[in-house]
Design a protein around this ligand. Sequence first.
Ligand SMILES: Nc1ncnc2c1ncn2[C@@H]1O[C@H](COP(=O)(O)OP(=O)(O)OP(=O)(O)O)[C@@H](O)[C@H]1O
Ligand SMILES: [Mg+2]
Length: 220
Amino acid sequence: MPVIAIASPKGGAGKSTTAVILATELAHAGAQVTLLDCDPNQSVSLWAGRAPLPPRLACISNVSESEIVRTIRKHDGDGKIVIVDLEGVASRLVSRAISQADLVLTPMRATTLDATIGVRALELVAEEEEALGRPIRHAVVFTMTRAIRSKQHSAIEASLGGQGVDVIEPPLMERAAFSALFEFGGDLRSIPAQGRMDGAIENAQAFAQQVFARLTEASR
Ligand SMILES: Nc1ncnc2c1ncn2[C@@H]1O[C@H](COP(=O)(O)OP(=O)(O)OP(=O)(O)O)[C@@H](O)[C@H]1O
Ligand SMILES: [Mg+2]
């Protein structure tokens, strides 16, 4: 069953936030989800320690380079979804996680600098595709997007689209509720209200559905 690796060498791109939103929304929708924390900074493990985990969600901390492939395979059972949160670097651990993935998601802020560095994640995917001799589905998700899209955002989106990169719509908007997940633990339905929670839940749900749709389609 599906393995989703969240990868970008750009620090602070929104990887751990994307991993937690995706894991909690897919679990809420009924999937059994295992979240693997492969980042020595342990953002996801800190989140998991703050509140009881939502139903159907398990979190495994401290997954190292030597254990990553085995751990993914162990949890990649029938009907389960494995989500791998990675450090903001290009490393052997990241490449190994990518090699096991059915979908690689690259969160990216829509600024020129972030996009330039973020695109290197797509190069890592291309290297693994070459090594394995098969395509690995990948997609970019814009993160921390403002309600009014900047010209820079539209230009970066058009440029990625022109290169045949799959860009997930909707992006993850910049929302207090998304950063508050790490303050309180749990999911968007359990944390104290931060602004308009319906909007945050709607955004998270629509994003998770789009990711799920890509898992069920044939890989490109
Ligand atoms: N959509 C969002 N809305 C509001 N804040 C966000 C959003 N996405 C990320 N953030 C905030 O931006 C910061 C960086 O996000 P996050 O930790 O998810 O990035 P990361 O790519 O995992 O970073 P690292 O490379 O250090 O692992 C955090 O403070 C997080 O709360
Ligand atoms: Mg992180």
